[in-house]
Design a protein around this ligand. Structure first.
Ligand code: PLP
Length: 472
């Protein structure tokens, strides 16, 4: 493809995306293809000769689009959102156009320096503690996912424990049944058995019980185990439950600093809300965490992938992950005056993710980011009030932000049938969880285009489904 051909095809692609943005609300939200259908519509073997670009875009329409679930639809209420705003898409495109691989400062100084600045900017924007700033002992990095952030934090904690003399099999980490599964996955990757993950009890709001954490730490210390990692969550996936980080930090602080477990806080979804001062309860206690992460790629107008990860003491991360082979040696690294982000993550290579975040923050400004979050939280409050006022549905957990957990009073089978009927309609997409063993519906409001009318339509669809489902 020559630059001129690229120019023509590129205009077509931008035009295609702009049209998609204008019409995304007209697609069935949830793809209805059967397993294997997309593949079956495509040739089994790669073409021997290159094809004209128009044919590619035509096949996107013909084959790919039916297999798309429309995360950008204003009626997408499933899981948590995955925002893709115009500025972030353009930043992503530019990043691809530059084709930079930012493993070392020297392999593109702008990639590293903009990333460090964005991590510091986001501390300001979200009112996060200074201990994570790059001009102190800490610092931030952009990971691909909250799962990678958890893994890196856990690897740093494991390294410190093992260097301190602990046996791998004696290590214990602490989470709850509502913590994200990435904690267990990270433990497995780090060579730990599932039994080394200790599940701490939760309270009535599904948040970690600090007293139970204390009891479990005491019991493990008495049994000569080594507690090395506490995984707390601000905004769980099931219900946005907020673990009490301050009380958890108090418990952790009772352990001798030389062998104190690492406290990581996962704010993957809820962390974005802290751009609004009134939602900074999600930051409570973070000034005592060893590391923290949240995902602008969920709820802060930035397309996947962009997960912010901060540590209070970057040397502990580097102790675990830094390896300098001969072929990566260079003057700037040797001089020790730069950050080399290859040492802050699992892979060596890295994308120029900061560019899209920079575009987002500059395009919307912190006022625009706040407006985006507030709108969704207001809509969730409105929806929760409708549910509360209805005779047939009830809200089952608090709604601190923009996720409403609710259920029909008719029982699990009825709720499952309502969910299936709504999703089959194509008009909206929502998902479920289980809380206290009961099937619960989740309405997660967070798509860029979601307005009151979309939430009204969702509520109407739920009521219609409730009136018509037949539970045998
Ligand atoms: N933590 C929480 C609380 C989440 O809700 C999620 C995903 O929804 C994750 C972690 C995992 O995020 P990622 O896909 O960035 O690994």
């Amino acid at each position: 493809m020559t630059p001129d051909e690229f120019r023509t095809a590129g205009h077509d692609v931008i035009e295609w995306i702009a049209t998609y943005m204008e019409t995304v609300d007209q697609y069935p939200v949830l793809s209805t293809v059967e397993p294997g259908e997309v593949r079956a519509a495509l040739p089994e073997h790669p073409p021997a000769e290159g094809e004209p670009f128009e044919r590619l875009l035509a096949d996107v329409d013909r084959v790919i689009m039916p297999g798309i679930t429309h995360w950008q639809s204003p009626s997408f209420f499933a899981y948590f959102p995955a925002n893709a705003s115009g500025p972030s898409i353009l930043g992503e495109l530019l990043s691809a156009g530059l084709g930079v691989q930012g493993m070392l400062w020297a392999t593109s100084p702008a990639c590293t320096e903009l990333e460090t600045l964005m991590c510091d900017w986001m501390l300001d924007a979200a009112g996060l503690p200074d201990r994570f700033r790059s001009d102190g002992l800490g610092g931030g990095v952009i990971q691909d996912s909250a799962s990678s952030a958890t893994l890196c934090a856990l690897l740093a904690a494991r390294e410190a424990a093992v260097r301190g003399g602990a046996q791998l099999t004696d290590l214990r980490l602490y989470a709850t049944a509502h913590s994200h599964s990435s904690a267990q996955k990270a433990a497995r990757i780090a060579g730990l058995a599932d039994e080394q993950l200790v599940l701490v009890d939760v309270d009535a709001r599904h948040a970690m019980h600090p007293d139970d954490l204390a009891a479990r730490l005491d019991a493990d210390l008495a049994a000569d185990h080594t507690p090395f990692f506490v995984f707390a969550t601000t905004g769980t996936t099931s219900s946005t439950a907020l673990d009490p980080i301050e009380a958890i930090a108090d418990v952790v602080a009772t352990i001798d600093p030389k062998s104190r477990p690492w406290l990581h806080v996962d704010g993957a979804f809820a962390g974005s809300a802290a751009v609004c001062p009134e939602f900074r309860f999600v930051n409570a206690g973070l000034d005592r965490a060893d590391s923290y992460c949240f995902n602008p790629h969920k709820w802060l107008l930035t397309n996947f992938d962009c997960s912010l990860f901060w540590v209070a003491d970057r040397t502990r991360l580097l102790d675990a992950l830094s390896i300098l082979p001969e072929y990566l040696r260079n003057e700037a690294t040797e001089a020790g005056t730069v950050l080399d982000y290859r040492d802050w993550q699992v892979p060596l290579g890295r994308r120029f993710r900061a560019l899209k975040l920079w575009f987002v923050v500059r395009s919307f400004g912190t006022d625009g980011l706040r407006e985006h979050i507030r709108r969704h939280c207001d809509l969730a409050t409105t929806f929760a009030a409708w549910v509360e006022a209805s005779d047939d549905f009830e809200v089952v957990t608090p709604t601190p932000l923009s996720l409403v957990c609710f259920r029909h009073t008719g029982g699990d089978a009825t709720n499952e049938a309502i969910l299936d009927a709504c999703n089959a309609s194509g008009d909206l997409y929502l998902t479920h969880t289980k809380l206290n063993g009961r099937f619960v519906l989740r309405l997660a409001i967070g798509a860029i285009g979601t307005e009151l009318r979309h939430v009204e339509a969702a509520w109407a669809a739920l009521q219609t489904a409730a009136a018509t489902v037949d539970v045998a």
